[in-house]
Design a protein around this ligand. Structure first.
Ligand code: COA
Length: 261
């Protein structure tokens, strides 16, 4: 258990609230573990009909904790973990979940904070939410099937623009592109998202589950294969001089310099 993810259950909705606001809810292995556990719990517990992911503070999540990326990049390639890393479990679980996943994006969403939205069935956002996938800026590559899912969702040009520039877009733009279903005033987001999640939780559960399977099922094998291809490159890049420079630059609060690489 970690205090950085708060778990609650009300009217069939399990809410997983990221709660590390002083670090913009950057995700640690323990937080991925709690999220992965939450989704597994939802899949087997008939009292949970819907899972809602949201966060405290002014950020949804600043993505993976960069200090953890630096640690992971320093481990030898052949040091195979005994158990599946929590991040892998989380990414696999959100891709495979049979019950609906909803996200309420209350502020900035960076990196995996956007990747996970591509696996959620409904994404709601506060008006001040922002969305950014700066993988390339960090010397990394996208993950979890997002190089397949994002172009399908918003088109190849728009997806390439987001992936290669790492630029930040606002909630209205994300809604226009189709990444977000509906935008609410910031203070209304928690109530509106919970009300919608509870309304979905009250619907016929098999009809909901089958409809989700019909929407997503045909892509699951493709997404899994693309995720594996991305993961191989991601792991190699994590150990690269490019990532080392980018992460050092972040913590030293200076621009990264890739000119000699
Ligand atoms: N990993 C670890 N710590 C992070 C973090 C991350 N991904 N994102 C933010 N933090 C920490 C900062 O180091 C800072 O900690 P400190 O107060 O101990 O110095 C704290 O959270 C607040 O962040 P700060 O950068 O001061 O806030 P900001 O509002 O100026 O900027 C961001 C917010 C998210 C734009 C900026 O922190 C950022 O770019 N973070 C990295 C995002 C990223 O690249 N994620 C990985 C994507 S693959």
């Amino acid at each position: 258990m970690t205090e950085h993810v708060i778990v609650s259950l009300e009217k069939g909705v399990q809410t997983l609230t990221l709660n590390r606001p002083d670090k913009k809810n950057a995700l640690t292995p323990e937080m991925y573990g709690a999220l992965a556990d939450g989704i597994e719990r939802a899949e087997r517990d008939p009292n949970i009909r819907v899972t809602l992911i949201t966060a405290t503070g002014d950020a949804f999540t600043a993505g993976n904790d960069l200090a953890d990326f630096a640690k992971a990049g320093a481990t030898p390639v052949d040091a195979k973990p005994e158990t599946k890393p929590h991040v892998t479990r989380f990414l696999e679980n959100i891709a495979a979940a049979e019950k609906p996943l909803i996200a309420a994006v209350n502020g900035l969403a960076v990196g995996v904070g956007v990747t996970m939205l591509l696996h959620c069935d409904l994404v709601y956002a506060g008006a001040s939410a922002t969305f950014q996938m700066p993988f390339v800026n960090l010397g990394l590559v996208p993950e979890a099937g997002s190089t397949l899912l994002l172009p399908r969702l918003i088109g190849m040009q728009k997806a390439t623009d987001l992936f290669l520039t790492g630029k930040k877009i606002g909630a209205e733009k994300a809604e226009a592109l189709g990444i977000v279903a509906e935008v609410f005033p910031d203070n209304a987001l928690p109530g509106e998202a919970l009300a919608r999640a509870q309304a979905l939780a009250a619907k016929a559960p098999n009809a909901v589950r089958i409809t989700k399977a019909l929407l997503k099922g045909k892509d699951r094998a493709l997404v899994a294969a693309q995720s594996q291809a991305e993961a191989a490159h991601f792991g190699a890049q994590l150990r690269s001089a490019e990532v080392k420079e980018a992460i050092s630059a972040f913590f030293e609060k200076r621009p990264a310099d890739f000119s000699k690489l």
